[in-house]
Design a binder for this molecule. Sequence first.
Ligand SMILES: *Cc1c(COP(=O)(O)O)cnc(C)c1O
Ligand code: SF4
Length: 426
Amino acid sequence: MEDYKTYTLQNYRSLPQISHIPDECIEAIEIVGRVFPFKTNSYVAERLIDWRNVPDDPIFTLSFPRREMLTPEQYARIRRLVYKQNKRALTDYVSQIRSRLNPHPSDQMRNVPAANGTRLEGMQHKYRETALLFPREGQNCFAFCSYCFRWSQFSGSDEFRFSTGADIAPYLAYVKEHREITDILLTGGDPLTMNPSILRNYIEQFLMPGMDHVRAIRIGTKSLSYNPSMFTTGRHAGAIISLFDKTVKTGKHLSIMAHFTHPVELSTDEAKAAIAAIRSSGAQIRTQAPVMKHINDDPRVWAAMWQRQVELGCVPYYMFVPRDTGARHFFELPLSRCHEIFRRAYSSVSGIARTAAGPCMSTGHGKIQVLGTSEIAGEKVFAMRFVQGQNPELPAVPFFARYDAEATWMDQLKPAFGEKKFFFEL
Ligand SMILES: *Cc1c(COP(=O)(O)O)cnc(C)c1O
Ligand code: SF4
């Protein structure tokens, strides 16, 4: 399914653009690349990265390990171990750092359902209407994002891997039994890394009799940014578009949940053609991304992204706050800043581009949106609400947290007005 040449730590030195990467950045790739899995491809390199602007280019930063993604101590120690060729100590230290990078934030493991006493490790059912499925064959990506919170999915530690087994029957039985599930979200990794016949097999299960309550199928993917030709000129393009087409013709909704990080990803002829091809099948494209320092922490970037998405027929859906995982210290932004970026972007586009919910934190209780800052009864507060809740009573109820200019996540906030707990903790 890979239509482009891929580059990893093993072969990136053969990139045609290698001479644009300064020596100190090459060293950083060698060192930091031991901790964060690194993979990119010729499409990203040729069409998305502006090599005159390395290392600060947003797509370079999205694609390549950078020195600042580790603390100076971690960097120095790995550097020493690499140069001493002390493989054993290096492996130990890398796994130590990785385990501290919190691969499963917000207790995601808690949302794994069970059927007849067995845990369905390839599923998360946190919100009543929507079940996430992690198809075994789709736990990979066309390229890796440096901020990915799912990298444990690809780093080879099975202990932390969400994935269906070879037998998906228990999953189907679970969905059949749970009539409240209206949406199936295929995710990963990137489910579109699967061969189309395997993808078809998954999708068709939800079109069968007994699955009438499943009204929408969503596919979470970054293929429009990392592998767009798969919908147009790629070997399997016809098969994929016709699968989408057939799915839509059954009367169910098919949504491609496209991960777009930066407007440059929407600027190429390849991406535009891919979007047009998907749209021609009748599938909808909704878009989402986290707001990240060094990559897209600018309201103009978000406004341009939403504007272009609407022009191309996509629907902006979520702006996420970066999670507590990976190189968080490098990417994180205060909630106040995230909201400021959202507000300025939102107010500079017209109503039809104001469909994204954001900035949203995906917490154990649900997705919490920062609505803004205000002053109530002499106290500066954040106004917030759930847009999605583990408890279906939580969404769309406004609540308040004491304002904190530095806080980057919900766990750093206190309820406003001297209250001991937030309403959802009562
Ligand atoms: C975001 C998310 C969903 C989808 O929520 P919608 O509001 O239906 O888009 C489902 N499950 C989990 C765990 C999620 O984080
Ligand atoms: S495409 Fe998504 S799952 Fe894959 S590396 Fe990027 S953020 Fe992670």
